[in-house]
Design a protein around this ligand. Structure first.
Ligand code: LRH
Ligand code: MN
Length: 396
């Protein structure tokens, strides 16, 4: 690999950081059940410990996203112990995810519920989540709201939009100047007729009406198969409304498979649009790169290490596109020339340069091998097997 390519890989890795989801270390499944892993994390401390292991081995995932009901069982009172875990395991709390979909009260919605007392309850949980973020000195409050309906005629879609606007405006007023709110869209599931925040346009309009500190979160799994996700990314960038990503991969729907496992070129094309934007605007885009996956079959920590290393590879490959040449080819409608610049970058094996970068940082060249040699998995399996044995696997 020529020096300049190596330098470009090194430069891209210097700034690339990706946040891990606490729930990626826990026993999760599908509606048809879940397969219990004896080493899986069940406590918030164990999730910090596992995330700390991945950061120790890769050096590029210094924060872990928290889901309030799953990781802060005592709400705001949980922030003290979370700070202890962060100190003990060397990873900081990242984006705070309110949970407005799990409680029975949210059967007919949260912000969109016709019952004002339920909407009030949802807003109080949101304010508590913002307070948790404030006490943990973390920046992003990341909203995914499952609200919607399953049958035509059962919901007043326009009225529910107004309720969402009111709730998100009130939430925005609670934010401190350093904080942001990220609004995630999803076309369906668990609602199967309409979802209140179903696509990027709805999330953008709700973010705009909420306030300047509200941005859109793009979960790569939340698109119909034929949608051009990198075009949505390009539009959100040009609107200065792109706040972050939840990366995963899918063959069909919101499959939450490991990033780049099905369509790595998709992620490459997204990273390319971001590099292109930053080159043209001569400024860094303020984007939170995060993973959001459900490791139903793969070992949870191995799947996370695999994800982080694939993310580094795809980010570095996209940084190899000669954008100056690309801009010229685009202007000259040199279709093959332009496309080949992306294909050549994507086809470049950046793994040796990434290993050199890790070595230069005192990190293991091969994080997966280092993990397998560490004995960490054997230790936590011993510690956690008894506890996980009681974990329910059936759906119903
Ligand atoms: C919804 C979603 C959301 C999270 C959840 C774990 O599908 O992507 O981001 O809250 O997964
Ligand atoms: Mn998500």
């Amino acid at each position: 690999m020529d020096a300049s390519t190596g330098d470009k890989v090194f430069a891209s890795l210097e700034t690339f950081r990706i946040e891990l989801p606490s729930w990626g270390f826990a026993n999760t499944g599908t509606r048809f059940g879940k397969f219990i892993q004896p080493a899986a994390a069940t406590t918030t401390e164990e999730k910090f410990s596992d995330a700390g292991q991945v950061h120790l081995l890769t050096g590029v995932c210094p924060t872990v996203a928290l889901h309030v009901l799953w990781d802060c069982p005592h709400g705001v009172q949980s922030t003290g112990e979370v700070k202890d875990f962060a100190r003990r395991y060397g990873v900081a709390p990242g984006s705070i995810n309110p949970n407005l979909f799990q409680d029975q009260e949210y059967k007919y919605g949260s912000f969109g519920n016709p019952d004002p007392s339920i909407r009030k309850r949802a807003l109080q949980h949101t304010k508590d989540s913002i307070e948790i973020a404030r006490r943990l000195k973390t920046r992003d409050i990341s909203f995914w709201v499952a609200d919607g309906s399953n049958y035509p005629g059962t919901a007043n879609i326009r009225q529910r939009r107004l309720w969402f606007e009111q709730a998100l405006q009130e939430a925005h007023r609670e934010l401190s100047p350093q904080q942001r709110m990220l609004i995630e869209y999803k076309p369906f599931e668990p609602a199967f007729y309409h979802t209140d925040i179903a696509d990027w346009g709805m999330a953008l309009l709700l973010s705009r009406s909420a306030g300047p500190r509200a941005k859109v979160l793009v979960d790569t799994g939340h698109h119909y198969a034929a949608q051009n996700i990198e075009q949505i990314v390009a539009w959100l960038l040009s609107e200065d409304m792109l706040g972050g990503f939840h990366f995963n991969d899918r063959r069909y729907a919101d499959d939450d498979l490991t990033m780049g496992s099905i369509d790595p070129y998709q992620v490459f094309r997204i990273f390319h649009e971001i590099h292109f934007f930053e080159w043209e605007m001569e400024k860094r885009a303020d984007i939170a790169y995060m993973v959001d996956q459900s490791h139903n079959l793969k070992g949870k920590i191995e799947a996370m290490i695999q994800t982080v290393t694939i993310a580094q590879q795809l980010f570095a490959k996209a940084a190899l596109v000669d954008i100056k040449k690309l801009a010229t080819a685009q202007k000259n409608c040199d279709l093959v020339g332009a496309e080949s610049l992306l294909q050549d970058a994507f086809a470049t094996d950046v793994r040796p340069a990434i290993q050199d970068w890790r070595y230069s940082k005192g990190l293991p060249k091969d994080p997966m091998e280092a993990f397998r040699q560490s004995g960490y998995l054997e230790r936590i399996t011993k510690e956690r097997t008894a506890k996980n044995a009681h974990n329910v696997s059936s759906y119903a």
